[in-house]
Design a protein around this ligand. Structure first.
Ligand code: FES
Length: 107
């Protein structure tokens, strides 16, 4: 079943900032970019840097280690959009930012 995971109060994620939340399976980075909220895996597939420490500009986050860039809206790698990291729905619910965790695959 889908699950909404609490990230933080809305006031704690101002424009240009990022928060991380641990789902228990992975860490997710939640960005406020120009007032839009986005959530992607906090893991660069190149060598594993935390994307939450990257620079955000024009709807992209740049990895802090070797500058690979990922779209915040869908996790696509800018140089080859066929490669994507996980991206997640985000909502604001009564002053709290929440991330939607997808259903777990059936065993
Ligand atoms: S670890 Fe992200 S670009 Fe190398």
């Amino acid at each position: 079943m889908n699950k909404w995971l609490t990230v933080c109060p809305t006031k704690d994620l101002p424009d240009g900032s990022c928060k991380t939340v641990d789902s228990g399976m992975k860490v997710i980075a939640v960005f406020n970019s120009g007032g839009e909220l986005h959530a992607i895996d906090d893991f660069c597939p190149h060598m594993g840097a935390a994307l939450s420490g990257g620079h955000v500009e024009d709807g992209m986050v740049t990895c802090p280690w070797h500058a690979w860039r990922f779209r915040l809206c869908d996790g696509a790698w800018a140089d080859n959009p066929k490669i994507r990291i996980g991206s997640y729905a985000v909502r604001e619910n009564h002053g709290i930012i929440e991330v939607n965790l997808p259903d777990s695959p059936s065993p």
